[in-house]
Ligand binder design. Structure first.
Ligand SMILES: Nc1ncnc2c1ncn2[C@@H]1O[C@H](COP(=O)(O)OP(=O)(O)OP(=O)(O)O)[C@@H](O)[C@H]1O
Ligand SMILES: [Mg+2]
Length: 305
């Protein structure tokens, strides 16, 4: 089954994925809300207990909350932690809600090879596998759950309104909507997370089904400093040096945008280390020179946005 529909399946709790979750900074508000939303959907018994305790029974508002489709959308700029959070947050839920969780990353191969109906079949098949494989709510305390991750979801869930959209892609979007609705109607303990750079390009019918939409943005000065201090704070750079580097990596030199988190973590810091290595130490001057010439990734702007 994995070969057809999913990339490597991950299981939580997992120490490495916990470390990756913990390493994501500046996402505290998103993490907090996501944790609550996910817990409510995967451990409905907990919010039912809360309702009974505080309101003397199951209030309609809680029923309403529990009936929402189990869909989250992570939207925002490139390199801001969407894929990393979608991959790792299951660990937090697994530990806090005491669940064994499996994460199924939907393979982008589901785009299919272009033969008519192939994508639709693959999406429907993936959702069916998920329903078959997911633990069910059976009146007992849930012990396990699953997460379906659809990364780069705009590739699959493009608005059906787009004029150039191919007939088969439209059928694929419809299959996706049906899959989400069927999951919501089933008793499956399962969440779907879609990541996208272009919220506006996601089909409105998919957007409106989302239990929550989380918006990811580039780090501000405080967060850039936090990221830099975490990696370079013990290499002889003072707080003032870090502040200067952060400013150079920000919206300066007539640019409207600063670095993304991934620019800092995957490009600036590694290249600083490799500039110094093997003969020199990392110095404030080296760090500032490199920051001065560093070019941040431009924001994602699509022609149909
Ligand atoms: N908030 C963050 N805190 C720490 N590191 C981060 C953060 N966001 C991104 N990174 C770093 O950048 C890398 C890339 O992040 P990720 O792949 O999650 O970006 P993304 O939002 O999915 O981008 P894209 O839209 O291009 O797919 C991560 O592996 C991590 O090293
Ligand atoms: Mg990504």
């Amino acid at each position: 089954m994995q070969a057809d529909h999913f990339d490597e399946v991950l299981t939580f709790p997992d120490a490495d994925l916990k470390a990756r979750y913990d390493a994501l900074v500046g996402l505290d508000a998103i993490k907090e809300r996501l944790e609550k939303e996910a817990q409510v959907l995967l451990r409905p018994d907990l919010i039912e207990d809360w309702s009974k305790k505080h309101h003397g029974g199951l209030i309609p508002a809680v029923r309403l909350l529990l009936r929402r489709p189990p869909l989250f959308i992570f939207a925002g700029d490139v390199g801001t932690g969407k894929t990393e959070l979608a991959t790792s947050f299951g660990d937090k839920i697994a530990r806090d809600a005491k669940l064994d969780i499996e994460l199924f990353p939907l393979s982008l191969r589901t785009r299919g090879q272009g033969t008519v109906g192939e994508m639709t079949q693959l999406i429907s098949g993936a959702f069916k596998m998920l329903r078959d494989r997911s633990p069910k709510l059976n009146g007992k305390k849930p012990r396990a759950a699953s997460i379906l991750m659809i990364d780069e979801a705009d590739a699959l869930a493009q608005s059906r309104e787009l004029a150039q959209m191919h007939h088969e892609d439209r059928a694929g979007v419809n299959a996706l909507i049906r899959g989400i609705d069927d999951l919501a109607a089933s008793k499956c303990l399962c969440l779907v997370v879609m990541c996208t750079n272009r919220l506006s390009a996601l089909d409105p019918a998919i957007q409106r089904r989302a239990a929550a939409i989380f918006e990811f943005t580039r780090p501000n000065d405080g967060l850039r400093r936090h990221l830099l201090t975490g990696q370079l704070g013990t290499s002889g750079l003072s707080e003032g040096d870090i502040a200067s580097v952060s400013e150079l990596l920000g919206e300066s030199k007539g640019r409207e945008y600063g670095c993304t988190s991934s620019d800092i973590m995957q490009r600036y810091i590694p290249s600083l280390v490799l500039t110094a290595y093997p003969d020199k130490a990392i110095t404030p001057a080296l760090a500032k020179d490199l920051a001065r010439s560093f070019v941040p990734t431009p924001p994602f702007r699509s022609q149909d946005n």
